[in-house]
Design a protein around this ligand. Structure first.
Ligand SMILES: C[S@@+](CC[C@H](N)C(=O)[O-])C[C@H]1O[C@@H](n2cnc3c(N)ncnc32)[C@H](O)[C@@H]1O
Length: 185
């Protein structure tokens, strides 16, 4: 069910501060991200969620931000530099079918796939790569956009993640019905 990759003009739209009225990064991610954590964010776009997570992990933490599009990463890099957060963010351009994060094996505390899974051509491979990068018991939060992803498609995504070794968890303060928290089993 992979959809078209979000074009850069939509990327600019997604960093509009008004988005906070509908999706507040502190509310969505503040439940999971702590100081000193290693966070993985595939499909970071221009960093609507990346910069708040970089603040949450503090100077000892790190956010590894992955995207298939150079334009998304260059805008995110400029925004991070302006905010004084670039040294906490590891920007990486990847290919659509593999995350290329073998170097992170077993090191990631928390992964966040936010509005990206519906664009991924091979979800099983995507979740397998994330699972390998997570520490034992590490968590993955998936949030998908209601406008692009039906409830059935979302449930299929969760089944795919379960098949590669994730277990759904209760989600405290659930912010939407296309949202799930999974733990590495
Ligand atoms: C709809 S945007 C969401 C961006 C950001 N997560 C947000 O919510 O503002 C989806 C992003 O995922 C990226 N993307 C698409 N397919 C991908 C893949 N297979 N692996 C990693 N990133 C991907 C796109 O280039 C785009 O930047």
């Amino acid at each position: 069910m992979a959809g078209r990759v979000c074009p850069p003009w939509v990327g600019y739209f997604l960093i509009n501060p008004l988005r906070k009225l509908l999706e507040n990064p502190d509310k969505i991610l503040g439940r999971f991200v702590r100081e000193g954590m290693n966070v993985l964010e595939p499909g970071c776009g221009m960093g609507y969620f990346t910069l708040p997570m970089a603040r949450m992990v503090g100077p000892q933490g790190r956010v590894v931000a992955l995207d298939v599009q150079a334009k998304m990463l260059s805008v995110l890099g400029r925004r991070a530099e302006k905010a004084g957060l670039l040294n906490r963010i590891d920007l990486r351009r990847i290919k659509a079918n593999r995350l290329e994060i073998e170097d992170l094996s077993g090191e990631v505390d928390f992964a966040a796939a936010l509005h990206v899974v519906h664009e991924v051509p091979d979800q099983a491979a995507f979740f397998t790569d994330i699972r390998k990068a997570l520490k034992p018991g590490g968590k993955l939060l998936i949030v998908e956009p209601k406008g692009h992803v039906s409830q059935d498609q979302f449930e299929q995504t969760v089944v795919t993640a379960e098949k590669v070794g994730f277990k759904p968890e209760d989600l405290p303060g659930k912010t939407g019905d296309r949202e799930t928290l999974l733990t590495k089993t």
